[in-house]
Design a protein around this ligand. Structure first.
Ligand code: ZN
Length: 558
């Protein structure tokens, strides 16, 4: 039963948006609709997950739980008893998500483009998958399924990501693809809202994150290798995307007579000057060893002679997605498998390895890893302490400054049943100025190297939050909110009781007294409350491979 007195809640996710870019542009009057919302409501920073990677962050946003309770830590998930990983999809989100709370309370929910949500799940309302979907044509992309055909007959083929991959020298083409994608998304949103109105909307825009990764250098004169002649021509590229988002926001706000709004990002953004080859460092430290067999030796030799690096750069330039049109699948697989990978690691002599783009080291632990050699307990503790102190001592090879920042161990930051999925040690590299290489980097002269994907921007820990509407006070400062507070705040605004087991809390300090009065907490257990224990179907091998290609093209995978 929908209570007509409760205004709809419109949650708008701007992936990766940062106050660092917003503030100067707001002051210059370039983002009028966003400023209007700020002036009507309250705003501040929003703390991301300890590893600020989108699937972990968005899973916390929709469940209110830390990653050890929802089970999503990165774009990949570890498989028990194996070293290889699988790519995250809806079934990996083990905590109750927004749509279950909303539907159970009789509220309709509209969900669009959450990056790790594929397949879409049956909801009262609608749901369209995000980037974890191999393709919009994949079964399970939308719920109800017929809505996809409906959108396509109105607006043409569904746009899941930008049409062109980024290449230096082809910036305009890339940017116009991003703006087209945004335009398509806006049209579908207005159509869906008008035809299938909901009580709660969760609408995600990935465009800002994509352009931060690819286009940061153009607006940053201090960026290494900045070319004033070429790069300055595109200095406003990211601004153009922010302004387009601002226009989209303005038209969305116009559509509703009265609504509560949340505009937020899952993490921030900043420049990226290169990558650290963490597996190479572990190898230098004697903690990771490669096999001595012929194929691995050959790959090492190829890596050192730069043949593979050049082949790799070619792949990165063309994009695996584009390469698919040119080269057969077996040839493509052969090329990719000629790079050194975890298959070349000698696990019987390896104590630690790195995986993921944001400083994550895993211990080769007996009983957890299939070929684990490190004993749990004392030996594990000693090794973690040893790695932490060696990381602490690491210096930037050129500047001599400390290289490693924000060292953490999983026990200090995560709490919950899925903690074994987490890396054992996490860190940032000069406060995210460098990402972790997703390659072994044996060809590199130094433990630091250039981005394999020509990326010039990456994530930061601090995102943004703006809230406005009839239930939100004006002019309050939001100072210590985290992603885990978004779900309970959403529930409160939608007039749904907030369960006590959620890690986050509603942001009561900025609620109007009327909302504070109707806010309800309940004590139920999450286990009893979960309705949908059925595992959605996994992906076919072909779907997985399409998805991997996309994630590689975007720089998320090695
Ligand atoms: Zn993100």
């Amino acid at each position: 039963m929908t209570n007509n007195k409760i205004p709809p809640l419109v949650a708008i996710g701007w992936d990766g948006v940062t106050w660092d870019l917003l503030h100067p542009w707001i002051e210059e009057g370039k983002l009028p609709n966003f400023l209007a919302l700020m002036e009507r409501g309250s705003y501040g920073p929003l703390r991301s997950t300890p590893v600020p990677v989108s699937p972990a962050a968005w899973s916390t946003i929709i469940t209110g739980q830390n990653p050890a309770k929802h089970g999503v830590f990165d774009w990949f998930a570890r498989r028990p008893g194996r070293y290889d990983v699988e790519y995250v999809h809806t079934a990996h989100i083990r905590a109750r998500p927004l749509w279950e709370y909303a539907n159970q309370a009789g509220k309709r929910v509209g969900v669009l483009s959450l990056p790790m949500v594929y397949p879409a799940v049956p909801v009262e309302g609608f749901m369209f998958s995000g980037m974890a979907a191999p393709d919009a044509k994949s079964p399970g992309f939308a719920h109800p399924p017929e809505m996809l055909a409906e959108l396509e007959s109105e607006f043409g083929p569904y746009q899941l990501v930008e049409k062109h991959i980024y290449k230096y020298g082809r910036e305009d083409e890339y940017l116009s693809g991003v703006l087209d994608w945004l335009e398509y998304q806006e049209k579908t949103i207005h159509y869906l809202i008008q035809k299938y109105p909901c009580d709660v909307y969760s609408l995600v825009f990935m465009q800002p994150d994509h352009v931060h990764h690819k286009l940061w250098r153009y607006g940053d004169e201090d960026f290494p290798g900045y070319d004033p002649k070429h790069d300055a021509q595109h200095k406003d590229a990211i601004l153009e995307v922010y302004q387009a988002l601002d226009d989209v926001l303005g038209r969305l706000v116009e559509r509703f007579d009265e609504a509560n709004y949340m505009v937020f990002s899952d993490h921030g953004a900043g420049p990226m000057h290169g990558v650290m080859h963490v597996n190479r460092w572990l190898q230098e430290e004697g903690l990771l060893h490669l096999q001595q067999n012929l194929s691995t030796k050959l790959k090492r030799w190829l890596a050192k002679t730069n043949v593979i690096l050049r082949a790799y750069q070619l792949v990165a330039k063309l994009g695996l997605g584009n390469l698919a049109a040119l080269v057969s699948k077996p040839a493509r697989n052969k090329l990719v498998s000629s790079f050194l990978s975890f298959e070349d690691v000698d696990w019987s002599r390896t104590k630690a390895y790195a995986r993921g783009a944001f400083g994550q080291i895993y211990i080769n632990l007996k009983g957890r890893e299939p070929g684990g050699i490190v004993e749990p307990g004392q030996e594990y503790e000693r090794l973690c302490g040893d790695i932490l102190s060696r990381l602490r001592d690491l210096k930037h090879p050129e500047t001599g400054e400390s290289l490693i920042t924000g060292l953490k161990r999983k026990e200090d930051i995560y709490k919950g049943p899925y903690i074994d999925q987490a890396a054992d040690i996490m860190f940032s590299i000069q406060d995210y100025l460098y990402q972790t290489s997703v390659k072994f980097g044996l060809e590199s002269e130094s433990i630091l190297g250039r981005s394999e994907y020509e990326d010039s921007g990456t994530h930061r820990e601090e995102g943004i939050l703006v809230m406005a509407g009839p239930d939100i006070q004006q002019g309050k400062e939001i100072s210590s909110a985290g992603l885990e507070d978004i779900l309970p705040t959403t529930l409160a605004l939608a007039d749904i009781p907030v369960p006590a087991y959620i890690d986050g809390s509603p942001l009561e300090d900025i609620f109007e007294p009327t909302l504070k009065k109707r806010l309800r907490f309940i004590e139920e257990e999450e286990g009893d409350a979960r309705q949908n224990e059925d595992q959605p179907p996994g992906m076919s091998a072909e779907e997985v491979s399409e998805l991997e290609d996309r994630l590689r093209d975007l720089g998320y995978l090695g």
